[in-house]
Design a protein around this ligand. Structure first.
Ligand SMILES: [Zn+2]
Ligand SMILES: [Zn+2]
Length: 566
């Protein structure tokens, strides 16, 4: 367990205590501990009991709990709280727009113990009548509930990927002579997925079933399985899997039928034939041949959505897609100066190790007080440190940036002289996420017009599966970025993946430059860039249109020229 995971357990404990109406003093013990644990650099589990007791905000009682956590991944107080809280109520704690205090009220007054009951009560207008709620609160809760319910049974691609790969490797290892491939929405690299789908070129289902029967990480659901497929679920997260069996001769046919969306399979068409029909009528030996039979060029699996790719494949104009290894460095990252876990030197050294040419640092700005945003004097200090590091680490370069909050009226939160001290500025919204579409669009437009804005950060503020994000007029925003030469980030954090991939191609068509920004808050966060690359590839992103695939010299020249224009 990492310190972060331990902190999460203690945070949950504090939330549950609040839910059960415990006194503030007791709650504060845990919230304080969380703050102090997040500051710790070394693993708590490497410390002795005495060392733990001596830590700020920990003390004897909590030290004992930490030791318990090390042994059992939980502790008595938390177990007790979990036992006395219905699962559905715990699930409600995930819901945005309603905190533990309000959940306590609906639980006690309306006897609501599940998300579905809460939904019913909102629909009947019962929440609005509760003291301290009102119809606006009810409406917000209802909207968040509808989103949560619509996303049920789905998981982030990033969470599904390691499980899919494990299952794939298991099959490959057991049957080295068979062809096994991931297919379906996982192969299309969708941002969220409902199941892991694998195809294997054998119809000996019993043999495969036997091999998986004693696998501890999965469960086979026999009632949903048949001679041509095996279905089950993973036990670590709520995710289904499906293994399709195929005769060797039908392998590529079935692979293609299960990869492409319906729109793609029917959209790739010639005369009165289309790809779907063609595949149903013919067995093929490779994917390229199927496309060329109908007069199209090969379409990468990620792009098989049935949108812009069809025409491009017909005209032989599909682009060479971006690859992870083309990236030359990451922009939009946080260090210890704000809410990151690592020093600037640690981040830079890791980037050098990865073969990157540069690092774009952008800690939070002063309005982001909850994330330890930088005051003017911090910025001065940070810039001195970067200047010194740039001397030491040359030719590697650290660019001085900031993730400047876009305030309610669309302005950035520093004076001009401070803004002009940065090499680049990522402008992002972090507050007041409930604006209407018109207002939210105007807010972003004002930030885009600001000559200091280099990047537009996570355009909608969404958190996949958790928070829908504010509505914006994507066309207007992208057009404005084109006009004002603002780079749009594809925030590569798997929870965000914002700009949404569905808008990537439109942005490219408007000649907007995009950037795969990890928004790393720790070194591990740099690994998220691959998820951003997937989203870019879905939208047809190329090396030329990806800012952080440019060389140090190009990036440097671009940023300098842009600053000069202000
Ligand atoms: Zn941000
Ligand atoms: Zn950020």
């Amino acid at each position: 367990m990492t310190n972060k995971e331990i902190a999460r357990l203690l945070k949950l404990t504090a939330t549950l205590l609040e839910l059960h109406g415990e006194n503030q003093f007791k709650i504060r013990i845990y919230t304080n501990a969380v703050i102090n644990i997040e500051k710790q650099e070394d693993s708590l589990f490497e410390k002795s009991k005495e060392e733990l007791e001596a830590l700020e905000g920990i003390g004897k009682g909590l030290a004992q709990s930490l030791i318990e956590i090390q042994e059992t991944e939980s502790f008595a107080q938390l177990n007790e709280l979990l036992d006395s809280t219905p699962v559905g109520v715990i699930e409600m704690l995930e819901l945005k727009g309603i905190g533990p205090k309000k959940i306590k009220v609906v639980w006690e007054v309306l006897n609501i113990e599940s998300i579905d009951q809460l939904y019913e009560a909102c629909k009947l207008g019962q929440l609005a009548k509760l003291k301290g709620f009102g119809s606006k609160t009810q409406e917000t809760i209802l909207q968040n509930l509808e989103y949560l319910i619509s996303q049920r049974g789905k998981v982030l691609y990033a969470e599904a990927e390691p499980l899919a790969n494990q299952l794939l490797m298991k099959l490959k290892k057991n049957y080295p002579s068979l062809k096994v491939e991931i297919t379906g929405e996982m192969r299309r690299k969708m941002d969220v997925v409902e199941q892991v789908e694998i195809i294997i070129n054998t119809i000996d289902s019993n043999q495969i079933k036997k091999a998986l029967d004693n696998e501890e990480s999965i469960e086979i659901v026999n009632s949903l399985s048949g001679p041509f497929s095996l279905r089950g679920k993973f036990l670590s997260i709520n995710l289904k899997w499906l293994i399709r069996f195929s005769k060797p001769s039908e392998f590529y046919t079935k692979l293609m039928l299960s990869t492409g969306s319906g729109k793609h399979l029917r959209g790739i068409a010639k005369d009165d034939n289309n790809l779907q029909q063609y595949l149903l009528d013919n067995d093929i030996i490779d994917e390229e041949a199927a496309y060329s039979k109908l007069g199209y060029t090969f379409v990468e699996p990620e792009m098989r959505e049935g949108t812009f790719e069809i025409e491009l494949a017909k005209e032989n104009k599909l682009p060479d897609l971006l690859k992870l290894e083309y990236l030359k460095g990451p922009f939009h990252n946080h260090s210890k100066y704000s809410d990151g876990q690592n020093t600037i030197l640690q981040l830079a050294e890791y980037c050098i190790d990865q073969g990157y040419e540069y690092l774009g640092l952008s800690d939070h700005s002063k309005s982001a007080f909850y994330a330890n945003g930088l005051q003017e004097y911090h910025i001065k200090k940070q810039h001195e440190e970067i200047d010194e590091l740039n001397k030491q680490l040359a030719p590697f370069k650290i660019f001085k940036g900031i993730e400047s909050d876009i305030l309610n009226d669309g302005s950035l939160d520093y004076d001009t002289d401070v803004l002009s001290s940065f090499d680049f500025i990522v402008a992002s919204v972090h507050s007041n996420l409930n604006m209407g579409k018109e207002k939210a669009t105007q807010r972003l437009l004002k930030a885009i017009v600001n000559p200091f804005t280099t990047f537009l950060g996570h355009p909608t503020g969404r958190l996949l599966l958790r928070r829908k994000g504010y509505a914006i007029d994507h066309k207007k925003i992208i057009d404005a970025c084109a006009l004002h030469n603002v780079i749009i980030e594809i925030n590569a954090n798997p929870w965000r993946l914002d700009l949404d991939w569905r808008w990537v191609n439109y942005a490219i068509d408007q000649e907007v430059v995009l950037s795969i920004n990890p928004d790393a808050h720790e070194i591990k966060g740099f690994n998220h860039m691959k998820f951003g690359v997937f989203m870019g590839r879905k939208g047809g992103l190329t090396i030329e249109k990806t800012f952080n695939a440019w060389s140090l010299e190009s990036v440097n020249n671009y940023l300098k020229a842009r600053k000069k224009k202000i």
